[in-house]
Design a protein around this ligand. Structure first.
Ligand SMILES: Cc1ncc(COP(=O)(O)O)c(C=O)c1O
Length: 768
């Protein structure tokens, strides 16, 4: 069950495996002893370079044995043992490194190496049995340390093969074996998954709801790793983290200050707490990309003004301090805020700060993100409010789906009292937690503690390499033909390195990965397209890759021809590449822990194939056969290029981006709180209203069009004359879907009725 020592190979680096010498003979005996007597596995490596390759490409090496004196070959190309040892130690602080050497060589070993290794193996003086025993001892000691406490306890408990008489009903998988469908599931998921699926009745594993025992220890360890005073494991996603945070602090009729660019779970947080929301409005650029909320939105004066102008908040409550402020960090387009600046503003005027960092749990582990995450170690004002952070550990770290963390930093004077806070936790937590999810949170933490910096640096460098590759491809295409095209990347074209202006692609990868200022958005380098960028305020996350498609420039001017991004992302989906988010002329891909060079290569290959299809105007029936089969009248005989240009022309003629911009700039008048709107749903005081009849009505539910994926209306807001741009934008979306069947996009809160071959949007509105 537990991975055996055989699963953790010993890497032996020596040039003497094939040497007809006493040393060569003993080395081979050592390998046999390890494999046949100790049941270990061995990976032989003949050069230090080769060993480096192996070590960099796999994390399952259990020990490294390095021959200190490999013969010199070409001294220019040669890597020396100290270099290899340094590299291994930088990537793994605890793996045993053993030097294979002669007593005579001891003097030549520098102090740095002595500090980095775990011991020596005398090549000729000790017996082969003794050497292999030492290696095995180090390997076993190391293996014990790779299991974090909770996961280790879970594995140990599963290994005890107890007869369980408690839930879950399949009891370690046995229950599945009573029927073929169950057997199929058993075989698919495997015995370990099922045997480690316990219920709450396992006292050895502690109590999640009480945060006691090994599970409590794991939460405390995560708090240390993520810079929090308290960390809570939440097993039904960050949607639930947000609700637990709000429910712990916000009461009926409290005022809450919320990013309009928020996840829908925050709308539901408003509903369950029955709060009065006021909103922060994000800016967006001319390409439609959502940017940071202006710093001025957080000033005490702006907040007071928003409360004063809010028609819903009763006069007697207008003097109240908002109980909660929630900001999405990073934004859906990978823009991260300097929270230090924001905290300075907000700590004067709200009681609790909440950063929804669902997509950003890794920020603490790489210096490029310094000061740009909620749990940053900045100097806080002595009266600063408590700070809460939501992390979907499952999104960009390695926890299982729905496994999230809630982090809390106490306020200067306002301390969070755990047993009080736990009331909210208990309200939202199941009494039957999935232990493997807890283990995945425990392991995700340990991975970051052990070598988070290295892991992140690797993926940042890989993202940078892909960013540069995109520039180089376009340059190369343009060298051949000035009018050629390729997909672009939303990123700086020029950067300042040590006072010198350089092209992005000319700067070394490591320097780009090391220099935060390269990624910080500024007025002086307006590649981002956001107006009035404040200094030192927001940065682009290097690992969030926004690819741009031709058809619009950074000023929002639309070209004669263009490629709407949804067509590209539909193409990529067909090829097994799923984009995270698609806008009108951009799509987002995440270079996360699971991204490999192979995936990047496949992506580039598919983008090239798309380009080829576009340039040759390949018939749509070859590129999107299902679309043509479903709507032959619309698409038969059409080529890909014609199709892209037709949709592009539609967007251009109907000024759809301007319309979106106008729609999202309006915060409609609130007629009732989101909670009251929801109460109408429960009380059946709602009815579906078709969009064409919706002017003047009050939707009971939130309406969130994708793209861009932020609410355009909240439940309880009035679709009146002031909100007409919202109506116009939704109408355009409806007309577009009818003009281009098969391009139905997701609009949360909107259903569709089919009539006379056309689609009509409808939304649940408050009954009149
Ligand atoms: C900003 C933000 N917050 C919260 C959530 C909810 O996270 P989860 O899917 O873990 O419930 C999401 C999900 O996409 C999100 O984007």
């Amino acid at each position: 069950m537990k991975a055996s020592k055989h699963d953790w190979p010993v890497l032996i680096v020596s040039g003497q495996f094939h040497e007809a010498s006493d040393e060569g003979f003993r080395l081979n005996e050592l390998v046999s002893e390890l494999e046949e007597v100790q049941y270990c596995s061995v990976i032989p490596s003949f050069t230090y370079e080769d060993a480096q390759e192996i070590f960099m490409s796999r994390a399952d090496i259990g020990a490294v044995v390095i021959d200190w004196d490999l013969p010199d070959e070409d001294p220019d190309e040669f890597m020396y043992a100290p270099e290899l040892i340094g590299l291994i130690r930088a990537r793994n602080k605890t793996i045993p490194i053993l030097l294979l050497t002669d007593r005579l060589d001891m003097e030549s070993i520098p102090v740095d190496v002595l500090k980095a290794i775990n011991g020596y193996l005398w090549k000729t003086a000790d017996t082969v049995e003794f050497l292999s025993g030492r290696i095995e001892m180090h390997l076993l000691k190391y293996l014990k340390s790779v299991y974090p406490d909770f996961f280790g306890a879970l594995v140990k408990y599963s290994e005890e093969y107890k007869y369980a008489w408690h839930t879950p009903g399949h009891m370690g998988g046995e229950g599945f074996l009573r029927s073929p469908a169950g057997v199929a599931l058993y075989k698919f998921f495997g015995e370990n998954t099922l045997r480690s699926d316990f219920s709450i009745s396992v006292p050895e594993l502690g109590s999640l709801l009480d945060h006691e025992g090994v599970v409590g220890d794991a939460e405390k360890n995560s708090a240390r790793a993520f810079g929090a005073d308290y960390t809570y494991y939440i097993l039904n996603g960050t949607s639930n983290v947000n609700q637990v945070i709000w429910r712990s602090q916000v009461l009926k009729d409290d005022i809450a200050f919320v990013d309009r660019n928020c996840h829908k779970s925050l709308n539901y947080s408003m509903v369950i707490t029955d709060a009065f929301p006021i909103y922060m409005i994000p800016r967006r650029n001319k390409m439609g990309i959502i940017g940071p909320v202006r710093l001025s939105e957080f000033s005490p004066e702006t907040i007071k003004k928003k409360i004063k102008e809010n028609k819903l908040i009763p006069e007697n409550l207008k003097g109240n301090t908002p109980k909660m402020s929630t900001l999405t960090n990073s934004t859906y387009d990978g823009v991260c805020y300097s929270v230090v600046n924001i905290k300075k503003e907000l700590e004067q005027s709200v009681k609790n700060l909440h950063f929804d960092e669902a997509w950003y749990a890794y920020a603490r582990f790489h210096p490029i993100y310094k000061n740009h995450f909620g749990m940053t170690d900045d100097k806080l004002d002595k009266n600063h409010p408590p700070i809460f952070c939501s992390h979907s550990t499952h999104k960009l770290l390695t926890a299982f789906s729905q496994s999230s963390m809630l982090h809390i930093k106490n306020g200067g004077t306002d301390k969070i009292i755990p047993y009080e806070f736990n009331e909210s936790y208990m309200m939202h937590g199941s009494t039957s937690p999935q232990y493997s999810m807890i283990a995945s949170l425990d392991v995700a933490t340990k991975m970051m503690q052990d070598n988070g910096n290295i892991i992140l640096n690797d993926i940042i460098i890989e993202a940078i390499q892909l960013r540069k590759k995109m520039i180089l491809i376009l340059d190369e295409l343009k060298e051949e033909n000035e009018d050629d095209w390729f997909f672009g990347m939303w990123q700086p074209e020029e950067v300042i390195i040590e006072g010198e202006k350089m092209r992005f692609e000319d700067v070394e990868d490591e320097i780009l990965a090391d220099t935060q200022s390269v990624w910080v958005m500024s007025k002086d380098n307006p590649w981002h397209g956001f107006e009035d960028m404040e200094d030192d305020y927001a940065m682009l996350d290097p690992i969030k890759l926004t690819f741009t498609t031709p058809g619009i420039d950074s000023e929002g001017n639309m070209a004669e021809e263009g490629i709407p991004a949804s067509i590209v992302s539909n193409y990529l989906i067909d090829k097994g590449i799923v984009c995270e988010k698609t806008d009108y002329y951009s799509f987002l891909l995440l270079n996360s822990l699971g991204t490999t060079k192979g995936k990047q290569g496949t992506l580039l290959a598919e983008l090239f194939k798309f380009k080829e299809h576009y340039d040759t105007n390949t018939p749509l029936c070859e590129v999107f056969p299902e679309l043509v089969n479903a709507y032959p009248k619309n698409y038969e005989g059409v080529g890909l290029k014609d199709h892209c240009n037709a949709i592009h022309k539609y967007f251009k003629d109907y000024k759809i981006l301007d319309s979106m911009q106008a729609g999202f700039q309006v915060i409609p008048d609130q007629v009732m709180k989101p909670a009251e709107a929801y109460h109408s749903v429960v009380g059946r005081k709602v009815e579906y209203v078709e969009l064409d009849d919706m002017m003047g009505r009050i939707p009971a539910v939130m309406i969130v069009p994708y793209p861009p994926g932020i609410p355009i209306m909240m439940g309880g807001e009035h679709l009146n004359e002031k909100a007409k741009p919202i109506f116009d934008y939704l109408k355009q979306r409806q007309d577009f879907e009818n003009a281009f069947p098969g391009y139905q996009s997701d609009i949360h809160g909107v259903e569709r009725t089919d009539r006379d071959g056309k689609k009509y949007f409808k939304t649940l509105c408050i009954k009149e």
